[in-house]
Design a protein around this ligand. Structure first.
Ligand code: HEM
Length: 226
């Protein structure tokens, strides 16, 4: 008989999912708040982008904070996907025979869409970095001219870019709603009243994020920002 492979407990994996998920949500909130600075005009927004590169100075050299954040986000994304994959595989193994009649479990719709939502979000992040960080795919593509780059990105003629962003942001909203709710459960919340509060909190936090993110491309599309 082959020696038993040491396996990470499912509880540990769920905690890893919750903790890495919360790290990503924190980034999403900070990034959304930063993006909203676009409504204060070009100077303010470009100054904010410049500030991002100087966080921690003079203790840290220029851009070091940004690289530390990038490292942290990469570890969080890899950990999140790894834990999700192992947990999904275990769940499938625990029930190798499909249900003849799948019971309508509340929340199962969200759970099923988590995987595809996750894939869409990952593809979006890759596109987004090539678009607004490396500027490879940006029609303006000028380092330091972040306002102009965003305005060029969501110009009405490039409506398909706005559409792709909107789809990804809505996918993030659904992913987050289910993810936050699961995280609340993993981290100990299971009573009915608490569950109702957890559900509502997950919904509100996701909605704020979706509206905040969508407001930027739509403000450019409608000429409010430009
Ligand atoms: C319409 C919505 C969004 C806008 C207008 C936007 C805008 C930007 C801009 C302008 C940058 C470059 C910042 C700079 O170099 O100073 C950036 C970077 C980034 N954005 Fe977004 N973003 C949006 C949504 C998102 C979403 C939904 C995610 C995550 C799922 C995301 C993740 C990132 C990441 C990871 C970076 C790279 C940060 C770095 O340089 O390390 N963004 N975004």
């Amino acid at each position: 008989m082959a020696p038993a492979k040491k396996r990470t407990s499912s509880v540990a994996l769920k905690i890893l999912m919750a903790v890495t998920g919360i790290m990503l949500v924190l980034f999403l909130y900070l990034h959304m708040i930063g993006n909203l600075k676009i409504f204060f005009g070009e100077t303010t927004f470009d100054h904010y982008a410049h500030w991002l590169r100087t966080i921690g100075e003079p203790l840290l050299p220029e851009q070091w904070y940004l690289w530390i954040q990038r490292g942290g986000l990469t570890i969080a994304i890899v950990g999140h996907i790894w834990a999700a994959t192992v947990l999904a595989r275990r769940a499938r193994r625990a029930r190798p025979v499909k249900y003849a009649h799948r019971p309508k479990v509340q929340g199962s719709y969200a759970a099923r869409t988590m995987r595809w939502g996750g894939v869409i979000i990952l593809l979006f992040v890759i596109y987004h970095i090539l678009d607004l960080t490396t500027l490879t795919l940006n029609p303006n593509g000028q380092q330091g001219k972040v306002y102009a780059n965003v305005v060029a990105d969501f110009a009405p003629a490039r409506w398909y870019v706005t559409l792709f962003y909107a789809l990804a942001i809505v996918a993030i909203g659904f992913h987050l709603r289910h993810g936050l709710w699961s995280a609340f459960r993993t981290l100990g919340q299971q009573k009915p009243r608490g569950e109702r509060i957890a559900r509502a909190t997950a919904l509100v936090l996701s909605l704020i994020l979706v509206v905040g993110y969508l407001s930027v491309p739509f403000a450019v599309l409608t000429g409010l920002v430009g």
